[in-house]
Design a binder for this molecule. Structure first.
Ligand code: B4P
Length: 190
């Protein structure tokens, strides 16, 4: 099974690239951000809870996020492989993911991080904010908070998988097609 963690700061293009990768490699795409937005759209209890964190640029608590991931994996037992988009975002989530995949007799194959400078990220998110309707995309202060959370809480996940020789970085700046080409080059060696 090919299990890829697509990693990188907010707005680095994880969702954009994941959509292209699932088409080419026929993998299951799991985006925790999309799962939360689905719950928010349906006004569920989980959605209301997630929104209270997302609107502030904070991470949704690990227990909630891990529980949601567990349900999603249990609902999809027979997949060829999975793209994890926006998960894990903390070391506790990474540890939980390893256990969940171990129970499925599989493991993380690779973590690929999209490397994009802060200034470009902020520009991209603000641009998306004009049409996305996402309240976390419109305010430069919230965006700065999301970037700070990424640096403090999420980058240790890169080091966590680097210890197993599974982490790599690719340049996340350029056209969407060029970045997709770089990702495919890496995945085709798997
Ligand atoms: P996410 O939904 O994961 O959002 P993201 O990091 O902003 O998006 P992504 O990197 O996928 O960017 P995209 O392709 O859209 O998270 C949102 C929030 O949910 C988090 O802040 C957190 O609160 C919560 N959450 C999610 N997962 C969690 C977890 N595991 N634990 C706790 N909380 C969690 O690209 C961004 C923009 O750039 C788009 O407009 C795109 O068109 C553009 N773009 C893409 N590639 C480009 C390129 N090459 N050049 C120019 N523009 C490009």
């Amino acid at each position: 099974m090919l299990n890829l963690i697509l990693f990188g700061p907010p707005g680095s293009g994880k969702g954009t690239q994941a959509a292209l990768l699932v088409e080419k490699y026929h993998l299951l795409h799991i985006s925790t951000g999309d799962l939360f937005r689905y719950e928010i759209g349906n006004n569920t209890e989980l959605g209301l809870l997630a929104k209270s964190y997302m609107d502030k640029g904070q991470l949704v608590p690990d227990s909630v996020t891990i529980g949601m991931m567990k349900n999603k994996l249990a609902a999809n037992p027979d997949v060829k492989g999975i793209i994890f988009d926006g998960f894990p975002r903390t070391v506790a989530q990474a540890e939980a993911l390893d256990v969940l995949l171990d129970d499925m007799d599989t493991s993380v194959s690779y973590l690929i991080s999209l490397d994009v400078p802060d200034a470009e990220i902020t520009e991209r998110i603000l641009l998306r904010g004009k049409t996305s309707g996402r309240s976390d995309d419109n305010d430069p202060e919230i965006i700065a908070k999301r970037i700070a959370v990424y640096k403090n809480e999420t980058t240790p996940v890169f080091d966590y998988y680097a210890e197993e020789g599974k982490s790599l970085k690719i340049k996340g700046v350029g056209s969407i097609e060029d970045i997709f080409g770089r990702l495919c080059e890496e995945l085709d060696t798997f």
